[in-house]
Design a protein around this ligand. Structure first.
Ligand SMILES: C[S@@+](CC[C@H](N)C(=O)[O-])C[C@H]1O[C@@H](n2cnc3c(N)ncnc32)[C@H](O)[C@@H]1O
Ligand SMILES: *[C@@H]1O[C@H](CO)[C@@H](O)[C@H](O)[C@H]1NC(C)=O
Ligand SMILES: *[C@@H]1O[C@H](CO)[C@@H](O)[C@H](O)[C@H]1NC(C)=O
Ligand SMILES: CC(=O)N[C@H]1CO[C@H](CO)[C@@H](O)[C@@H]1O
Length: 347
């Protein structure tokens, strides 16, 4: 009998309506059929082991499919003609180009290690919510999981404001600040040259280059101060290294708002008891409540630390106010990407 794998696929570009459930399910039947035929034509047998070595998830960027890590690792695949194999995979997944992702490198650029398997070039293009993003999949990361936060930023009213985006990447937040929120000016900091190249392209494509200054290099060395109404600190697991520079950047006389990203880890609940029936439901609800409490504690602690940093950098007293805590995404259970909107005003 012919069994099909269910593949989890992240279709990109995605419409805002898909923001909540970005992972759709698609049948792996076509892929399996293509590969089974190819193998059999080479005199090999299709096995359950091979089936389990197919990609479980992938991202689709237009005509390019980006495969996740851990697939096609069995020796048999390596024996095959690569051109034939990747062509069959691309056909099975309805793509023209194919790339494969490995672990995120630890070079500080958070660049995924992506290699092209099939296709001439590695640039892809996305449009979401009226913003165009282009980038090289082998050199930059597209943060599709952050679409809800991008939409929230797009909804801000930043008329008349100077915004600093400390971790601009290819412009995930810089562009919505300029295109939708109407910021007067955005200072975009980014140290990965490949991301800077994409960012500059994207500023031009969206016709907002005139309102953006790109600062290439380590944002901790940024020479600006006393200019910002708003600072975006979009780095996880933590943007803590950027807190001192963010405090220096805020306008000394009027202050502003910091958007501080962090992945916050909740303690694991007691799993000794058997999870069934009402108990499981109760535990899930109280789990959510417990998560919120952990986020609040983190936010309170962050507000305290920022207040003291502001005092140290300016020599004056400031007050901070937690305006909002936004839940962006859950990673592993109990690891959540949250954003704290912290209003900071000099006294
Ligand atoms: C993971 S991306 C996040 C981009 C975007 N905020 C998002 O939500 O996807 C973080 C970016 O910050 C850059 N970055 C990290 N540390 C930096 C630093 N100290 N100075 C400048 N750029 C930095 C990385 O190169 C990367 O492009
Ligand atoms: C945005 O803010 C500006 C200035 O604060 C205000 O004049 C304008 O009416 C606001 N626009 C919207 C759409 O709320
Ligand atoms: C989301 O944003 C954070 C920083 O804001 C980034 O580090 C992360 O890699 C992004 N991507 C996803 C898929 O969450
Ligand atoms: C998914 C992710 O980024 N997880 C990290 C969250 O932060 C903790 C520590 O701050 C890291 O250990 C996790 O790897």
């Amino acid at each position: 009998m012919f069994m099909c794998v269910l593949l989890s696929v992240l279709f990109l570009p995605q419409s805002p309506l898909q923001s909540k459930k970005e992972r759709g399910k698609t049948s792996g039947c076509k892929l399996e059929k293509e590969l089974q035929e190819l193998l059999e034509s080479c005199g090999e047998r299709w096995t359950e082991e091979l089936r389990r070595n197919l990609p479980r998830s992938f991202q689709k960027h237009g005509d390019l499919v980006l495969l996740g890590d851990g697939c096609f690792s069995l020796p048999l695949w390596k024996k095959m003609d690569v051109q034939q194999l990747w062509s069959a995979v691309a056909k099975g997944l309805g793509a023209k180009r194919l790339a494969k992702m490995s672990r995120i490198s630890k070079d500080g650029f958070r660049s995924p290690v992506v290699t092209m398997l099939l296709g001439e070039h590695s640039w892809v293009k996305h449009s979401d919510n009226g913003v165009t993003y282009e980038f090289d999949v082998t050199k930059c990361m597209f943060s599709a999981g952050n679409i809800t936060e991008k939409l929230r930023v797009a909804g801000f009213n930043c008329t008349g404001e100077t915004v600093v985006d400390l971790y601009a990447g290819i412009g995930y937040f810089t562009l919505p600040y300029l295109v939708h929120a109407g910021a007067s000016h955005v200072h975009a900091c980014e140290w990965n040259p490949a991301a800077v190249e994409a960012l500059q392209k994207n500023l031009q494509a969206n016709k907002v280059s005139d309102r953006c200054t790109v600062h290439q290099g380590d944002n901790r060395q940024l020479q600006l101060c006393d200019i910002a109404d708003r600072v975006n600190l979009g780095l996880i697991p933590s943007s803590e290294d950027g807190w001192p520079v963010a405090c220096r950047l805020l306008k000394k006389t009027t202050g502003g708002v910091l958007h501080i990203h962090q992945n916050v880890t909740s303690p694991l609940p007691n799993t000794a008891a058997i999870d069934d029936g009402d108990d499981a439901v109760t535990r899930r609800i109280s789990g959510k409540k417990a998560d919120r409490e952990v986020w609040q504690t983190w936010a309170d602690d962050t507000a305290k630390r920022i207040t003291s940093l502001l005092k140290d950098t300016s020599g004056a007293s400031w007050t901070t106010n937690i305006r909002h805590i936004e839940h962006v995404k859950s990673y592993a259970p109990h690891v959540h990407h949250v954003v704290l909107d912290l209003e900071c005003r000099p006294l």
